[in-house]
Design a binder for this molecule. Sequence first.
Ligand code: NAI
Length: 326
Amino acid sequence: QAPSVAIIGAGMSGLSAATRLQQAGLQVTLFDKSRGSGGRMSSKRTDLGTFDMGTQYFTARDPDFVAAVAQWRAEGWVAEWQPRLFRYDEQGLAASLDQQQRFVGSPRMTALSRGLLGNLPLHSSTRVEQLQRIDQQWQLRDSAGEQYGPFDRVIVAIPPAQALPLINDITALAAPAARSEMEPGWAVALGFSAPLELPYDAVFVRQGPLDWIARDASKPNRGSAETWVLQSTPSWAAAHLESEPHAVVAELVSAMQAVVGAPLPAPTFQHAHRWLYARPAALSDWGALAAPAQGVYLCGDWCLGGRLEAAWLSGQHAAKALLETA
Ligand code: NAI
């Protein structure tokens, strides 16, 4: 009989592993502490439309990932985004066009995670707190004391700091996870009552607290409202981890004003989101981490270099490693 698999974390790496294992005929069950799937592929729904608060776009370089993206485009889950790109540094603002293809979920980033999730079983709002080994299988316990399982295998597809308490006793996994740090980031959504009429859709910022500014409405199939998303640098977020959201909005709007070089109208909508684990602090090339004797696997962007493509590839690595012992 095909092994049953619990996957903790329904972000890109968990969904990637899940879809691969489902295709191989395995029974997978996903768990996520949040209300839905997608992880950092997140979109905030508002009266103005949606804002991509995490992943802003992604690129595809690995041939397997290129093929997956082509399939997602055919499904209508993703579309190409062709922003008018600028860069801002000590020299000021300048156009910074390139040949890179960039993709986004359509009509919002979470359309991709919804598509991948399909009809896979997901226990949402379920924070798994403990893995218990019972008779060569795994029993899961959540923060409400609920038990799930038993499962033959477990894939842990969450950031290393959150994975660690689950796999502390498995040295092959715990040691690298303990060494892997993630950096934080603040994201701010802004809505304006009229178009800002700027000559760019996105700016790579190399100066001050900001890292990235994008007109969300310039992405395919968004609404017509003037929506912008600002993302801070990791170091600014680390220094402002405990700041109040309204203070974060004020500082990042003023940083945006410095980039734009002119006063901005007052936003009619503003919202700040803190990502405690936005991106890996250092690059790794593990692919995924495996403890085959225990049947436990770790994956995530942090195992392979921080980009969305890395998260997908890491999930594929974990699934492949698991299938080798299935
Ligand atoms: P990419 O190839 O568009 O960009 C990679 C990096 O190169 C950009 O972040 C930027 O620094 C620079 N760059 C690219 N095109 C540029 C241009 N036309 N002008 C000026 N600079 C340009 O995308 P890729 O490789 O898929 O990476 C996505 C980016 O997302 C990465 O740079 C990564 O650091 C960032 N990221 C951000 C996270 C966050 O929390 N904010 C989390 C994970 C990744």
